[in-house]
Ligand binder design. Sequence first.
Ligand code: PHE
Length: 356
Amino acid sequence: MNLDQLKSDWLGRIAAAADEAALEELRVAALGKKGEISLKMRDLGGMSPEERQVAGPALNALKDEVTTAIAAKKAALGDAALDERLKAEWLDVTLPARHRRVGTIHPVSQVTEEVTAIFADMGFAVAEGPQIETDWYNFDALNIPGHHPARAEMDTFYTHRAPGDDRPPHVLRTHTSPVQIRHMEAHGAPVRVIAPGRVYRADYDQTHTPMFHQVEGLAIDRDISMANLKWVLEEFFSAYFGTKVRTRFRASHFPFTEPSAEVDIQCSWEGGTVKVGEGSDWLEVLGSGMVHPKVLQAANVDPAEWQGFAFGMGIDRIAMLKYGIPDLRAFFDSDLRWLRHYGFAALQVPAVHSGV
Ligand code: PHE
């Protein structure tokens, strides 16, 4: 029996094994129950003690060497497989990142922020109320009784009541004025708040959408007058448009203010585009007046002691004016091209109050 020959055969085959499966086949063929080396070990039983003394240790040494060679080859194959994988999965972390589009701030959100900041500077806090209102807060408390034409004029959206339930239906608020009542009820006087938010009217054309945004203003104290209203508004418009803006008050009528005024701002239409703060034209932007005593009473504020002004302004309207947006309906179309064009970067706040 030429063990040297056997050994170099097996070590050669082990070294040449291509993968772990081939290696396992070799292990079974050499050391398995019926493997060549195992069978040779079995032959030892038939030898004379003298023969066995020589052949035994030699076979054992061979078995050990083959076992060790298989283990070493297995480790080497594992390393090679890992190298292969690392090479295949390599990626270049120095490549520039894939471009991701960032969303923009909607002009309504942007302008709401600007308006809030300017009024905050004048000491106004922000108040809020629900968009689904009772008819009492939206109408009655504001001195608009059931038979009043203003109810019909406002193109109100009514919610449904269950059949047989004849309580008056809730409404989608038609203006932010109900927040006046809610705020005075909860906090009493004095008051200095604005209330920005969504309002709803059944109306649709280039300058009207069924949902739009208003900001209400309310200032109540012992001696507040129309003069304070005019100063606050001129101060606001000048800060908002970044240029001195004159206002014009026109006598008007609202059930919840007395006297009432519609307010125009100075503008020019030269060159086909509107420019605020110059020229000799006027543009209506809000309704206002001195809060009606009945409104104070409805909110449990004593009109013998307190008085003040209120105004309601269209946020979308002043956004269109400042940023040159021609069609109100596009505000709410969610057209990405429009949003990218008119939207604002998160940190870009082009307003006087931000110093940009
Ligand atoms: N609520 C009125 C409207 O929506 C605006 C307004 C508010 C007028 C406050 C006067 C005082 O048209």
